[in-house]
Design a protein around this ligand. Structure first.
Ligand SMILES: Nc1ncnc2c1ncn2[C@@H]1O[C@H](COP(=O)(O)OP(=O)(O)OP(=O)(O)O)[C@@H](O)[C@H]1O
Ligand SMILES: [Mg+2]
Length: 263
């Protein structure tokens, strides 16, 4: 059985004047250990879907199950990494990573050993006593990933986690994430609006439509890893997906134009 089953999910936001149908008829099955990217332009419901899987904002209709259990709220089986580094500025790097384990009342020796392993895994050992403000964006995002890994959730949900990083740092963290994913066997549901990022990372890319958010294409990426963004097969897929995303981007722009002109 698939690990995550998204069954006929709809999400409607009631706003004054009109209802926004953010998600409609979403059906997806995600296997244990699969790396899935949700791809689409702004406003197509990527975060809404991820938040529904996280249990932060439940669907208006339909259901999502993890390991056969209905999601009714956040749980330790799912960890979320946000675009903005959600770190505590008053805590050192190692304290930030330890935080969730302390909440869980783990023993000091267990916490120390997990934190040390994660510091090493994410090449953060030399920064353990520093504070978030002393770190670059890329480093902070490594800490955010370590913090989620500390809880050892089998599922990682990531909402444009590398969106704010420069191109080189981003590639570096993508490589790190692939390495960790392969080593730890997590299931990853990763939101991005970058076509290249989705092809570089994913086993499978789910392209979404703009308003209402539906599944436009569910594509298995067959290119072997490590993937070379300069290779012909990479570029062929980039063009194919580019056309799909562009159509939705166009619908988004038309909508904004209508809003601007008051139509
Ligand atoms: N709390 C809310 N109330 C009303 N409408 C909302 C709310 N949250 C999201 N929406 C609307 O639902 C749609 C989907 O939003 P969502 O944030 O999921 O898109 P997204 O694909 O993550 O976009 P982005 O790439 O900009 O992050 C958008 O049209 C948005 O305006
Ligand atoms: Mg979003």
């Amino acid at each position: 059985m698939a690990q995550i089953i998204i069954n006929n999910v709809q999400k409607v936001f009631k706003t004054p004047g009109k209802d926004v149908i953010a998600l409609k008829d979403i059906n997806l099955e995600i296997k244990r250990g699969e790396f899935v990217c949700l791809l689409g332009p702004s406003g197509c419901g990527k975060s809404t879907l991820l938040n529904a899987v996280a249990g932060f904002a439940l669907p208006s209709d339909g259901e999502i199950t993890v390991e056969g259990k209905n999601i009714i709220g956040p749980g330790p089986d799912r960890g979320m990494v946000f675009q903005e580094y959600a770190l505590f500025p008053w805590m050192s790097i190692s304290q930030n990573i330890a935080f969730g384990l302390e909440v869980q009342k783990k023993s000091k020796s267990e916490i120390d050993s997990t934190v040390n392993q994660l510091l090493a895994l994410l090449h953060l050992t030399d920064f353990r006593d520093r504070f978030p403000k002393d770190l670059s964006g890329g480093m902070r995002q490594r800490v955010a990933i370590a913090r989620v890994l500390a809880l050892d959730s089998p599922i990682m949900l990531m909402d444009e986690p590398f969106g704010a990083l420069d191109a080189l740092t981003r590639r570096n963290l993508q490589d790190e994430l692939l390495r960790i994913w392969q080593k730890l066997g997590k299931t990853i549901l990763f939101v991005t609006h970058s076509i290249e990022e989705s092809i570089y990372l994913a086993d499978r890319i789910v392209v979404m439509t703009y308003r209402p958010g539906t599944v436009k294409r569910d594509h298995i990426v067959e290119i072997p890893r490590p993937r070379d963004p300069a290779s012909p097969e990479f570029n062929k897929l980039k063009r194919e997906l580019g056309l799909l995303v562009m159509e939705e981007q166009q619908r988004h722009s038309n909508d904004e134009m209508k809003l601007a002109t008051g139509d």
